[in-house]
Design a protein around this ligand. Sequence first.
Ligand code: PLP
Length: 287
Amino acid sequence: MVLLNPGDEVLLPAPYWVSYSAISILAEATYKEIPSSIDTDFKITPTQLEAAITPKTKMIFFNSPNNPSGTVYTESEYRALAKVLEKHPNIYILSDEIYEHINYGEPTFSFAAIESMYDRTITVNGVAKAFAMTGWRIGYMGGPEWIAKACTKMQGQITSGANCIAQRATITALGAPVSKIQFMVDEFYKRRDLVLDMIKNIEGFKANVPKGAFYVFPDVSYYFGKTIQGTPINNASDFSMLLLEKANVATVTGDAFGAPDCIRISYAASVENLNEAFKRIRDLLNS
Ligand SMILES: Cc1ncc(COP(=O)(O)O)c(C=O)c1O
């Protein structure tokens, strides 16, 4: 709302967290998806980025580790995208790094760590993921001071401020050594492998290996055009509804994330529930 005006365009590398498109519309901008697929580990290329930019482009929303794909961009991939953005000085980068600590490989990188991007990157983060403090409702941003000040003006009229108890808890969380949450990351890592193993045994599911966050985003397009227990499956939304209605398993259709061949499975659930969910999915599809 601070940076976007009617007519401005926002670029959304897809798949993207569902709220980015809605947030863009609320700010009276339009958005354009840059598609990716399982074949590129759900990453966009510099060439795609260059091709998507128009004189109206004002912002790109970037999210790594990614919800819903679990994809993590490497430093060199960030730098290659930054090279394109360097040629377009009017574009701001909104870098959502809320899953920064939930990664299974190299440490995650940041757009703002690239000198040429520093003055036009707004980094957003929150305590909901790494610290499992979802209900505390604290998010924060880092960016150029003039943008931060404008955000304060805007936000003061919307949420009136975050409660002080949650702010104190956030100071403790952010001040603690990251090693304190390693046990959670280790647990997510085990669950990721468990889920990937179970996916392998399901006919027609094709998944990449997520490097962060806590989602797997399998391509289920194998089922499109088929009928399962009397229900025709034409897209990922039909498939997701089928799992919900016939197996009582909740997934999210890839449509919501701009990737209509996939469904999102969250493994921020107990091993017991994950095993049960996959048993039900297998039973349904085998029938
Ligand atoms: C990529 C991403 N950004 C931001 C959020 C917002 O998290 P919260 O509102 O809980 O801080 C989420 C939550 O799912 C997310 O996946």
